[in-house]
Design a protein. Sequence first.
Length: 345
Amino acid sequence: MDTSQLGFHNLPFLAHRKSVKKGFEFTLMVVGESGLGKSTLLQSLFLTNFFSNKDIIPAGERIKQTVNIEATTVDIEEKGVKLRLTVVDTPGFGDAVDNAQSWQPIIDYINEKYDQYLRDESGLNRRNIEDHRVHCCLYFVNPCGHGLKPLDIAFMKQLHHLVNIVPVIAKADTLTPTEVRTLKTRILSEIMENGIHIYTGQIDEEEDSDEIKELRDAIPFAVVASNSVFEVNGKRVRGRLYPWGVVEVENKDHCDFVKLRNMLIRTHMQDLKDYTQDSHYENFRKSKLLASSPIIAGSEGPDLGAVVNIGGGGDVLRKKDMELEEMRRMMALLQAQLNAKQDHV
């Protein structure tokens, strides 16, 4: 043992051991029209069937169909590391004739989980809080369009300040490589024009590796999903069979499936959780605390509009500042008297 070192360099190993023992939690939401391969992609990503009991809704019932929220939780373990994965599906989104406000149930669900976490955080049993907040939302874009639909833009504008949105081009095997590049450029351009903030995958500009930069450049991910296995050149691969050949799901030259999987699982899972905690949840928490404050709520002074309009001034806030200043003055006086007595002794 090296006695010249204090030993705090072992703290990362201690934190790692504690984290592995406790396990990890991650919640992934998938949103998009029916038939874009959301369920198949999730099964391909995590090799788990999340929707074995899922029923196919007849076309006649979709006319008045509303958006449902279905959450499925599974426990996955890999090399001693436990992950509690929750997948939130949104069947019915984009399937109705009138899709106005179809995003509202999703917003309510996300806010409900934030509110639940805030209550648990303010409760007595804070050591065993379960995190059900949505850390990432995969939004599936139809490849048949020439960019984003009005519904796509409206959804992202409503939710980009609540959750990390990662756009995904579904069924990319229906497009040529040139069409994929053109569609990606069009989608990013429309996102920028509409002031939408998506998750870019940027962790640290100075420390980002080539792999992370490659993942960032691939957004929006053009993916192909399949649970069928075929033999290609003596090797069994998952893919989709066509008369001209096999589209391999895990071939980077064929689609961005591997890049999406690496981002969600290998490189950015913790960053997605951190951004949810530090940005989205903190914004929600701040708005809740401001709304419940007696000063802001108007129970001890002017109404909400008056307080907001004065921009931090007003009689109530000035009164609070004066009280704080008086407390500081009294503390300074007491400290001076205490120091004088000690000097006298």
